[in-house]
Design a protein around this ligand. Sequence first.
Ligand SMILES: [Zn+2]
Length: 215
Amino acid sequence: MKNVLLIVDIQNDFLPGGALAVADGDAIIPGVNALTELEGWDSIVLTQDFHPAGHSSFASAHDGKAVYDTVEMPYGTQSLWPDHCVIGTPGAEFASTLNSDAANVVIRKGFRMHIDSYSAFMENDGETSTGLAGTLTDLGGGDPSKVRVFVVGLATDFCAGYSAVDARNAGFEVVAVRDLMRGIDIDGSIDAMWEQLRDAGVEIVASSDVAGMIG
Ligand SMILES: [Zn+2]
């Protein structure tokens, strides 16, 4: 079994003080850094939400719409967000305290103007791949069931959660590290995501369990 640490969107705009701050988002960084120091990872992947100015997921790009409203896109219903993680701004950068040098792969997502991407694997149209599934399948010698993806990061109910669900859909074993995730919570979306993760067959563990699993 190959083991992959997938660190989702630990970027300044998702941390307290950022444009789309996740409450307590910075609290997970020391624990995430500790995981990167473990022996036994075959790959460490960072994702980076990375939007052009005026991106279609921003409420400011839609007349008469407010943040957290929804809009119908050709691919379905899209939630609208504050302007965040705009390419070239400090908000798009990884947290300076994150051990980002540990990663051998960086996946940028949401850079196409008219498609948002929560997941590290599939953009929100459900058709456009980021390429990560292919990269990790190669790691397993062509068999995704020989690859186990440990998910940490932000936000539980959006990018981190959908990354875990899509990793299962791609055939990987998936582990969510519950104490190293934090959520936004819109109308109960955190609880709903944990239920979706369990239904998808995602294993849910504590960070203290991880060393024993990959050793
Ligand atoms: Zn975004």
